[in-house]
Structure formats: structure tokens, C-alpha cells
Design a protein around this ligand. Structure first.
Ligand code: PLP
Length: 406
């Protein structure tokens, strides 16, 4: 179905056509996305916030936050004041010390991971990067880009890192510093690696190390609960979150935060890029030109709801996820979730159900995600389709731990 629509669109959107009906092409895009909206419960984009005021007011102009977030570029068409406000809000929510933080609005979780791991590698050029097999695919790619050796650490069936295996792998390379990537909200099961446990492993490692948290999905909700903190005792050096997931911003974006200390290289110098004369800003970010509209959208999402509003959104989403587990289990389809999670995991349904509901699937496990804005009606309709499809397959339920990591 989807492929046929895309093929049709490719024909009418072909730029070599003699006559192109531009409004019709745009309308088809809107219709196509609209048709899939109700059954789109497999991917983690919130759909409850209205961002249209920002797009209506700012959408006609280029807002370019080029270069370092702290320095305004020449010209006035940028949103760096809003970007700095967003970065400060996220850092405050994470209890990050005000005098030991640096960050910016990125193009997404991937760029945040790249910026952080690039800084880590500059600080520890001889380090080995450790990440679990449940880490996001961007991590392996970034390890290749920065040119560091990477080691995959086992993950448990519920998606959390195997800390004994991490310790053993680090011991095998005892002369090399260790950069460890923890995940707060793994892509398939929304597992949260225990940063305190990883910190204990790193504390006994003589050449030292660096701890980055890829918190694309769960970073903001866990921070709002006080369950993810970058206070001075946390041992965490950096974190990356996505902006289009929990905040549902209608363009890919994110925030990266790095301890100011961790950005210094081993010789005490700084990883800050040099000042670029013609942009008027230091070149410290991965991208040069950066999307000021994304920063404004994030700012608007935060300003219009505040911490309490976003806490409520997270709590509602978790309530719906608990409801989905109950409904699926009662229907004979053995579902489970981590206690903090929006993600509900279950044995992979037959293809027609999987495809209709756009479920994320990895072999015999699939998930749906109760992001803010998903409704009970959608869960009920999904369960009805599922029970109509066939009886539940006998796949055992991995045991989730009762509480997420700090
Ligand atoms: C754990 C994790 N890290 C990183 C990413 C990448 O984020 P983005 O798509 O914003 O680049 C994702 C996206 O799903 C993710 O789940």
C-alpha cells in the first residue's frame, strides 16, 4: 500500500514533467501522512503538542544559528537566545552544574552522540569505545567516523547492558582509557543502562575514562522525574537527547550537553574550534549552519508547558503504556514494559497487523510506543486487530527490572 502511494507520488513530483501541479503534490504528501497517522504507533514521536504558531510566525525566513551557541553571529536572523534558554532548561532539569556545562541544539540524537563522542575522543585519543549490543545503530557508525576502536558489550534479553561483561572487556584492555556509551531508552525495549554501575566499573580502571549517555528518547522524561541526573556525583560526562521524540517537534532536532571539563583535551587545551572571521562565531559545533527554527520550536514546546506540564505528559503516556500491557496480556498476547517506559514489547504479530500499525520489529520482538498523544482508542483498535489475526505465539517474557538506573 505505502509503496504504491510513494510510487504514485514519485510520478507526479518528477521535476522533469512538463507541467507540475505543485499544490496537488503538497496535498498528496499531507494526505499520505494523514492516512497513516492513526495507525502510527511504532515510532517515538509525540503527537499531542501544537507547534503551528511557531511555524506560522517564523516559517518564512532562514533562521541560521551558525557556529557556537554562546556567540551571536553577524546579522539578526537567528534564534540563539532561545537556543541558550533551551540548553539551560535541559541542563537545569538534569541538575548539571551551572559552571561545568556546554551544549547546543543539534540536528538530532545522532549529531548529539557524534559531538559528545568526538569530544571524548579528543580528550582520550587512545581510548576504546564500549557500547552494548542494544545501543542505537548510530553509535557503531560514529565509532567508525571518529576512528576509535569499538567493543560491543552483551545486552541482557530485556535490553540492559551486561555490566559483568563490560568489566571483563575493559579489563582485557587495561592499559587503554575507556569511553563507555550508556543508553537511556534503548531503541527496541526502552531499557535504561545503570550509570552508577558503569561508574563503579570505570572507577577501578586506572587509565581513566569517559561516560556518555545516549538518552534520545528517555532523557527528558527521566530527568523530569529526577531519575536521570548529571550532578557532580553522577560521573556522567555528556548526554544527547532528541527533540522530535518526547517534545514532538515537527523537524528532526536534539540537544547535546557536555561537561565543560570533559571538553578539555588531555593536555589541558580546549576542544573549542577556532574563531571564524566571516561568521563571527567560534566553530565548536558539528554542523556549521544550524537550524534556528528547531531551537525556536523546542523553546516554544518548553515555554508553553513548563516542567509540570511535561511531567504530566510523561505520566499520562506511562499510564497508557500500562493499559496497553494489560489489554494485550488479557487478550493472550504476552506483553511487557520497563516500569518507566512508554514502550510496550510483545511477540511479533503477523505481517498484516505489523505493517498496518507500523510496528518496529526486530526478529520475534515488536513494540508499540505510547508517546504523548496516542489514545486508548488506538490501543483498543490495535488489540482488536491483533486478536482477530490469530492466537498468541508461545514466546517467554524477559524479566524487566523493577526500577530504572539513575
Ligand atoms: C537510543 C537512540 N539513540 C539515538 C537515536 C537517533 O536519534 P535521531 O534519530 O534523533 O538522530 C535514536 C533514534 O531512534 C535512539 O532510539
Amino acid at each position: 500500500m505505502t509503496h504504491r502511494h510513494t510510487a504514485d507520488l514519485a510520478v507526479v513530483a518528477d521535476l522533469n514533467r512538463v507541467r507540475i501541479d505543485v499544490p496537488a503534490v503538497l496535498q498528496r504528501l499531507v494526505d499520505q501522512a494523514g492516512r497513516g497517522a492513526y495507525t502510527s504507533i511504532g515510532f517515538p514521536g509525540a503527537v499531542d503538542l501544537d507547534h503551528s504558531a511557531v511555524l506560522a510566525r517564523l516559517g518564512r525566513r532562514l533562521w541560521n544559528n551558525i557556529g557556537d551557541p554562546a556567540t551571536d553571529p553577524g546579522g539578526v536572523a537567528h534564534t540563539k537566545a532561545l537556543e541558550r534558554a533551551v540548553v539551560a532548561w535541559v541542563a537545569d532539569t538534569l541538575a548539571m552544574p551551572a559552571d561545568d556545562r556546554w551544549g547546543y541544539v543539534t540536528s538530532g540524537g545522532t549529531e548529539g552522540n557524534l559531538a559528545a563522542l568526538h569530544a571524548a575522543h579528543r580528550r582520550h585519543p587512545r581510548a576504546v569505545v564500549y557500547h552494548s549490543t542494544a545501543a542505537h545503530y548510530s553509535i557503531g557508525k560514529i565509532v567508525g567516523i571518529i576512528g576509535a576502536p569499538g567493543v560491543a558489550v552483551h545486552a541482557r534479553p530485556d535490553g540492559e547492558m551486561d555490566y559483568a561483561h563490560l568489566a571483563a572487556q575493559i579489563r582485557r584492555r587495561r592499559t587503554r582509557p575507556a569511553i563507555v556509551v550508556a543508553t537511556a531508552g534503548t531503541t527496541m525495549t526502552e531499557a535504561v543502562d545503570d550509570t552508577a554501575e558503569i561508574g563503579r566499573v570505570l572507577a577501578t580502571h586506572d587509565p581513566g575514562g569517559y561516560l556518555h549517555v545516549d538518552a534520545a528518547l528517555s532523557g527528558i522524561p527521566l530527568a523530569l522525574d529526577g531519575r536521570l541526573r548529571l550532578d557532580p556525583t553522577s560521573g556522567i560526562d555528556s548526554i544527547a537527547v532528541s527533540g522530535h521524540k518526547f517534545f514532538g517537534v515537527p523537524m528532526p532536532c536534539g540537544v547535546v550537553l557536555i561537561r565543560a571539563r570533559a571538553r578539555e583535551n588531555g593536555g589541558g587545551g580546549s576542544t573549542h574550534g577556532g574563531h571564524i572571521a566571516y561568521t563571527g562565531t567560534p566553530d565548536t559545533t558539528i554542523s556549521g549552519s544550524r537550524c534556528g527554527l528547531a531551537a525556536a520550536l523546542l523553546w516554544h514546546a518548553i515555554a508553553t508547558h513548563g516542567r509540570e506540564g511535561h511531567r504530566w505528559r510523561a505520566a499520562e503516556a506511562r499510564r497508557l503504556a500500562a493499559y496497553a500491557v494489560d489489554r494485550l496480556t488479557a487478550a493472550g498476547w504476552p506483553a511487557w514494559r520497563h516500569p518507566h517506559a512508554f514502550t510496550v514489547v510483545f511477540p511479533t504479530p503477523p505481517a498484516p497487523v505489523r505493517e498496518k500499525w507500523l510496528l518496529a520489529t526486530d526478529g520475534d520482538l515488536s513494540h508499540l510506543i505510547c508517546m504523548p498523544g496516542v489514545t486508548r482508542g488506538q490501543i483498543d483498535a490495535f488489540v482488536t486487530d491483533l486478536t482477530a489475526s490469530r492466537s498468541a505465539p508461545p514466546i517467554p517474557r524477559p524479566r524487566a527490572r523493577p526500577t530504572p538506573a539513575s
